[in-house]
Design a protein around this ligand. Structure first.
Ligand code: GLN
Length: 502
């Protein structure tokens, strides 16, 4: 293949690939094939994918090439490959949510996100691994085996969207889609050295996103650069009448903001609550350097006090399980996937119980029990009711903060990628991975994680979290792109030029 990529198509940004496809420098088929080859080469070690749809990807790529040959004008990401988290329905392609209970289920319809990707002529390579029903921070809760962090295969890639982020870090895809209920886009991005964005709640349709906690769930873009994430954000965002919580307002100009990449005159708040003990030293060091970089680039930095954020984690672990206990009731052995004990003798309720016993993993069962308890009569006000009050306090803290600053920043997660197995038997330690990301889900505003270097003590990626008010997602991209550009000057670009363990 003779083109400026020198056979390195999988190292390229989505923006560059899209341009090269449009100019006829490469074909979409070549680009899809290069990524399928890369998956064939490394995914045995990484296990980012649960299902690779080579046939569908090549068919879509051929369609893009044919449209270009006819001289049709295509969208800005036409022909670019993408890895889709297995929590979005895909017509004719298996969707498991990392759960045994959905084994063999082939959805009869596309999620709105899936449909928009297809309409934008993006090439869907396959479905990525995840913690079962998006419950977890390490992708160890998948019923189909763990995903490995490409930086160090003995470590977790974050979760629940570890498959999507690992596919980016392993150069198996230049774009991916995740979902973020408490941090599942941002925390995996942080520990894999990639970019991940949780858009404003209601900014991206949840239609066809299998529900975990409906008032918190939000789909969003993942990529290796801020501009690529912005281009993907623009494709998937926007009002959808099929989702009653979808916001009917114009999508903020995220692409323009990523190109602006300028923080001069911006006011940035450092969240006091996320800058103390319990954080890995190298994480704090890189975080403080990034804050200094923002000052050097002309931003004003102040400390911001958000006292209710200390209660965000416990409140989340009442609200999310409560909503999940209700949402997961639909897996009743009758409608989807697995059915156990249907021997003509067992009654319906027995078949349901046997199926749920066999089909759900331990973390999902734990959450269903917690949620059912928290919602039971007599306890509802004490648990669910109080958690909702904390939610209001968190929103007020954000409102107060955003009266003074344009964005807030913090480390994305307190530590770099931990070892596989290290927290598997300790749910509390696992839950702490989302300490800094959860408030944003509780309030419904927008957050991004962008890489800010490697922790000196272990050489693993550190992420900076940027938080913006609802429907000001463009600010994330403005700040994120400025930080990214400064880091590129310092360390070269992309940050992950070579993934050491592959
Ligand atoms: N780790 C958190 C949880 O287990 C968040 C998961 C998510 O954002 N989907 O609930």
């Amino acid at each position: 293949m003779s083109n400026r990529f020198d056979g390195e198509l999988t190292r390229s940004t989505a923006a560059a690939l899209a341009g090269a496809i449009r100019n006829g420098e490469v074909t979409a088929t070549d680009v899809a094939q290069a990524h399928l080859d890369r998956i064939a080469k490394v995914d045995e070690k990484v296990h980012a994918f649960l299902h690779v749809d080579a046939e569908g990807a090549l068919a879509k790529a051929a369609e893009v090439d044919a449209k270009l040959a006819r001289g049709e004008r295509l969208g800005p990401l036409a022909g670019v490959p993408l890895a889709l988290k297995d929590v979005f329905t895909t017509k004719g392609v298996p969707t498991t949510c990392g759960s045994k209970i959905l084994q063999g289920w082939v959805p009869p319809y596309d999620a709105t996100v899936t449909r928009r990707l297809r309409e934008a002529d993006i090439v869907i390579l396959g479905k990525t691994n995840m913690d079962e029903f998006a419950m977890g921070s390490s992708t160890e809760n998948s019923a189909y085996g763990v995903t490995h962090n490409p930086w160090d295969l003995t470590r977790i890639p974050g979760g629940s969207g570890g498959g999507s982020s690992a596919s980016l870090a392993a150069f198996e895809a230049p774009l991916a889609i995740g979902t973020d209920t408490g941090g599942s886009i941002r925390q995996p991005a942080s520990v894999t050295g990639t970019v991940g964005v949780k858009p404003t709640y209601g900014g991206v349709s949840r239609y066809g996103l299998v529900a975990f906690s409906s008032s918190l769930d939000q789909g969003g873009p993942c990529a290796r650069t801020v501009l690529d994430a912005a281009l993907l954000h623009a494709v998937i965002a926007g009002h959808d009448p099929m989702d009653s919580t979808s916001i009917d307002l114009p999508v903020p100009d995220v692409v323009g903001a990523a190109k602006l990449a300028n923080v001069e005159g911006m006011r940035i708040g450092v969240v006091k609550q996320f800058d103390g003990e319990g954080y890995q030293e190298g994480v704090r060091q890189r975080f403080h350097e990034a804050v200094q970089t923002l000052r050097d680039l002309g931003a004003t930095v102040v400390e911001v006090d958000c006292p209710s954020f200390d209660y965000a984690l416990p409140a989340y672990y009442l609200i999310a399980p409560s909503e999940c206990s209700s949402n997961l009731a639909r897996f009743d052995a009758m409608r989807y996937g697995l059915r156990v004990g249907d021997d003509g003798v067992n009654g319906v309720e027995e078949v349901m119980a046997l199926t749920r016993e066999a089909g759900f993993g331990p973390e999902v069962k734990r959450r269903i029990m917690l949620g059912t308890y928290a919602l039971s009569s007599g306890y509802y006000d004490a648990y669910y009711g109080s958690a909702q009050q904390v939610r209001t306090l968190i929103m007020r803290d954000f409102d107060r903060a955003f009266a003074d600053v344009d964005v807030l920043v913090s480390p994305t997660t307190p530590t770099t990628a931990f070892k596989i197995g290290e927290r598997a038997d300790d749910p509390m330690a696992m839950y702490l991975a989302d300490l800094c990301t959860i408030p944003t889900n509780m309030a419904g505003n927008a957050g991004m994680s962008v890489p800010v270097g490697l922790a000196p003590e272990d050489g693993l990626p550190v992420g900076l979290q940027i938080i913006a008010p609802a429907m000001a997602d463009d600010r994330l991209y403005r700040v994120g792109a400025a930080v990214e550009a400064a880091m590129t000057t310092k360390w070269g670009h992309p940050l992950i030029e070579e993934v050491p363990s592959l």
